[in-house]
Design a protein around this ligand. Structure first.
Ligand code: ADP
Length: 164
């Protein structure tokens, strides 16, 4: 059977315009695309997975075949549960390659019937990554050109709460 359902997993902490570009492009390649926010307990979070879920849902409201959810198990188990034949990953040049190949190898070993597919990042987002945006936020740098409006709003709200 030709896969028509794909899963795009990540931490999206916070979602960036690079993520949104990959999701929008991927959404026209599959009938259904699940964007899955993985829960990584060992990572320090800026936003909770549920908050990220809200930001992504708002930003992708117009994409009716995209569903955003939070998942705290193995991604291949999410894929199997939702009959997805593909795990999709966006890749930026150089830095992402060895990590993404290792991850793909692991996922394909656990579940060989699910294929891993890489989609190249658009050149304007080659150097956009959540970790640098988190760093910019911590120094109060304006990030509005790099992330969707829902994220800018959430950062402002978080800052106001800290000031109170
Ligand atoms: P990161 O923390 O590095 O941004 P995530 O785990 O949140 O990574 O990313 C989820 C998916 O989006 C991954 O496949 C990742 O490679 C991809 N991705 C992240 N940033 C970009 C970008 N700027 N352009 C394209 N894909 C990206």
């Amino acid at each position: 059977m030709i896969p028509s359902v794909a899963v795009l997993p990540g931490s999206f902490d916070p979602p960036t315009n690079g993520h949104i570009d990959i999701i929008r492009r991927a959404s026209s390649l599959f009938e259904k695309l699940y964007v899955v926010i993985g829960v990584n307990k060992s990572k320090k979070h800026l936003f909770q997975p549920e908050e990220i879920c809200g930001m992504l849902r708002e930003t992708l409201e117009d994409k009716k075949n995209v569903e955003v959810s939070v998942w705290d198990g193995l991604i291949v188990d999410f894929a199997k549960k939702h009959n997805a034949g593909v795990i999709l990953r966006g890749v930026r040049p150089l830095a992402d390659f060895s990590y993404e190949f290792e991850l793909a190898e692991t996922n394909m070993k656990i579940c060989p019937e699910i294929e891993v597919v890489f989609l190249p990042a658009s050149s304007e987002y080659f150097f956009t990554r959540s970790s640098s945006i988190r760093e910019m936020i911590s120094f109060g740098v304006d990030i509005s050109a790099l992330v969707p409006p829902a994220v800018v709003r959430a950062v402002k709200m978080q800052k106001n709460c800290q000031l109170r």
